[in-house]
Design a binder for this molecule. Sequence first.
Ligand SMILES: Nc1ccn([C@@H]2O[C@H](COP(=O)(O)OP(=O)(O)OP(=O)(O)O)[C@@H](O)[C@H]2O)c(=O)n1
Ligand SMILES: C[C@](O)(CO)[C@H](O)COP(=O)(O)O
Length: 401
Amino acid sequence: MGIATVTAFHAIIVAAGSGSRAGGDIPKQYRDYQGQPLLRHSVRNLLSHPLIGQIIVVIGAGQDAMAQQALPQDDRIKTVLGGDSRMASVANGLQALSALEIAADTKVLVHDAARPGLSHDVIDRLLLALDEQPGAVPVLPMVDSMTNNAGELLGEAVDRNDFVRVQTPQAFHFHVLQAAHQHWQTKSGDAPTDDARMVQDCGYKVAAVAGDEKLAKITFAEDFDGGLTLMNHQSENLRAPIRIGNGFDVHRFEPGDHIWLCGVQIPHKQSLKGHSDADVGLHALTDALLGALALGDIGDHFPDTDPQWAGSSSDRFLEHAANLVEEKGYRIGNVDITLICEAPKVKPHREAMRERVAAILSLDADLVSIKATTTEALGFTGRREGIAAQASATLIQHSTR
Ligand SMILES: Nc1ccn([C@@H]2O[C@H](COP(=O)(O)OP(=O)(O)OP(=O)(O)O)[C@@H](O)[C@H]2O)c(=O)n1
Ligand SMILES: C[C@](O)(CO)[C@H](O)COP(=O)(O)O
């Protein structure tokens, strides 16, 4: 394949439908699909394309709050209100692009929010085709036998090679798409179901490039529940709804008479040295949660140069990480801490520790595991110079921001 002329392109994503065929409490474009709102898939895939300019997302009346939740925060995204039909929604998107005063031959992609599996390959094929023709669409061959629709009886056979399925994004030179919409606004009767047909009916040529099964449109309820979700929509930036983090921490012993371990005070012939209460178990777990969110480590959030954390209870560090988990739209799946020391014996305190950690995290105790091991008298923990702890945590996405 050649290389498309290097110019930015803009995109209109139509997301103003009601999704009546898909059912559900909210329109399908805002429902969760493979861990994020359906709409967000295409937006992210467009944002990560090196040639993307502006993305106009056309939303329905009363959908602002859902759209805000669904859309990543990015200056290149603008939302505008849609219309009663898909065609009217595209027209409103076009109007928003006109306001940007873009050149007549700027490449514009029009895409359904309902088609999540948008790859850069398809975008590149369309952009390249626009170097030759004023319009381009992705198409796929028919793979099933085809007949005329004759109701309850089998209709007459038709040659499936005469047909292809037309997908989105559909790509056009800006002025061509504008002209087609202006033309169709003056006409009565049923408008075509897509922009390519509108453009073609105005006398322009539209190239057909290879489509992608992963661009299948989410139309019916079962497309969410099974069916299409079973397909491997490995689109750019697809995020798994589960995250995993791990943390590790060490504190050395100093003279004292107790230590804090996993939120529990334990009498001991030494204490652990630290800026805070030196709870090595809670520190490792805090780092595991921050790590799962890719939000740095405990030192970034609570610098040991900051006097306000001197002697602080580590409960608040863990609470802070747990709040971030919630803010980012996740809940904690389970946590697992291993304490590495010769002494004190952890087992007698283990249940109290599990209860305490569960309480701080508002979790059931059966989601909290606390284990301990020695290092067989080897190394610094073996020499009883300090205690080490490591922790793992899983996060499960429950909402999309
Ligand atoms: N007035 C409309 C109608 C549809 N669309 C958008 O056009 C795309 C393709 O339409 P379709 O799958 O038919 O979506 P809905 O119209 O929402 O679905 P339904 O027909 O089942 O109600 C969707 O992204 C939809 O949000 C739009 O922006 N404005
Ligand atoms: C635009 C489209 O997705 C191309 O296949 C299709 O025409 C949309 O049709 P719908 O009736 O709005 O589902």
